[in-house]
Ligand binder design. Structure first.
Ligand code: 13P
Length: 337
């Protein structure tokens, strides 16, 4: 049963499979310069190119990282950057058998005609940018759009999010990049978990409808969903078991088993919560590889340990390995706190 033939189809399937390999997940360090600036500011560092380089060097040269990490999402600046000794970051990753990835969206802007919602820019020129990123060593891409529950979400915002993701996914595949499909349903709000489940089902049904319409090869994509949790301001917190149950229920209803991997975002959960929730999700067999693509939940203690001081460099790399290993065990369903 051949899947839709394209110049890169076999390679896309292989890339997606190697990222979704047992005990491994994605390290997301694709913060835009503005967002990276916020991380650096939290430890009193200026948002300069050399401080961003120093921080990314710390993360990407961690010895042994490839045991737990199969892919790293980079911002454009990092994809073209090298260590202070002149070794390309993409080569550091390749040596650890970590697939380099690239954030390709151009960020969120207000969506006129909606309920104060936003849409994600970046389709113009995406094909030529993607071809250049492939040339530079990237093999997968990420496009993050958001859906807000307190703002509706309006039918317009959901449709726009889904259509944008599907166009991006088709363009990425056409240029050899495995698209990570990320409609982040924001944690904000005081709604119960049932409301998140309802919105997530709606969003993913639209996303898969448009992915199919755009002839996207499902075997060559990865998903980056939010977990189904109560709103951050809801009066009751949910246990990892409840979060796992509602999240898997939603995914099983909406995501075909042809999709190789589900790589969750952490979305503002603490490091411990993100690990425990992932572990709960891997207590039984799933039709897809269920893993992580965390930014904040892998970086928070690294930043705290580093503080921008050279003498803390190795300790900070060790704290990255601690989180990466914990999430690796959670991917295998074997983590205990
Ligand atoms: P968080 O894990 O911090 O939510 O980041 C998600 C993301 O999209 C980064 O690539």
């Amino acid at each position: 049963f051949p899947i839709r033939a394209g110049a890169y189809t076999d390679e896309l399937v292989q890339t997606a499979k190697s990222i979704a390999s047992p005990g491994r997940g994605i390290l997301a360090i694709d913060e835009s310069n503005a967002t990276c600036g916020k991380r650096l500011d939290s430890i009193g560092l200026d948002n300069t190119e050399s401080n961003r380089q120093a921080y990314r060097q710390l993360l990407l040269t961690t010895p042994g990282l490839g045991e737990y990490i199969s892919g790293a999402i980079l911002f454009e600046e990092t994809l073209y950057q090298s260590t202070t000794d002149g070794k390309k970051f993409v080569d550091c990753l390749r040596e650890e058998k970590i697939v380099p990835g690239i954030k390709v969206d151009k960020g969120l802007v207000p969506l006129p005609g909606s309920n104060n919602e936003s849409w994600c820019q970046g389709l113009d020129g995406l094909a030529s940018r993607s071809a250049q990123y492939y040339e530079q060593g990237a093999r997968f891409a990420k496009w993050r759009t958001v859906v807000s529950i307190p703002c509706g979400p309006s039918a317009l915002a959901v449709k726009e999010a889904a259509w944008g993701l599907a166009r991006y996914a088709a363009i990425s595949q056409d240029n050899g990049l495995v698209p990570i499909v990320e409609p982040e349903i924001l944690l904000d709000g005081d709604h119960p978990i049932e409301r998140t489940l309802e919105v997530a089902e709606h969003v993913w049904s639209e996303v898969f409808y448009y992915l199919a319409q755009n002839n996207v090869v499902f075997e060559g994509i990865l998903l980056k969903p939010s977990m189904v949790t109560p709103g951050a301001e809801h009066k009751e917190k949910a246990s990892p078991e409840t979060i796992a149950k509602s999240t898997l229920k939603m995914l099983k209803r909406r995501v075909p088993p042809a999709v190789p991997g589900i790589m969750f975002l952490s979305g503002g959960q603490s490091e411990a919560e993100a690990t425990l929730n992932l572990n709960a999700m891997n207590q039984g067999p799933n039709p897809w590889h269920v893993s992580f693509s965390y930014a904040r939940a892998l970086q928070n203690s690294v930043l705290k340990t580093w503080q921008g001081r050279p003498e803390n460099f190795e300790a900070a790399q060790k704290s990255l390995l601690v989180r990466a290993k914990a999430n690796s065990l959670a991917q295998l369903g074997r983590y205990s706190a």
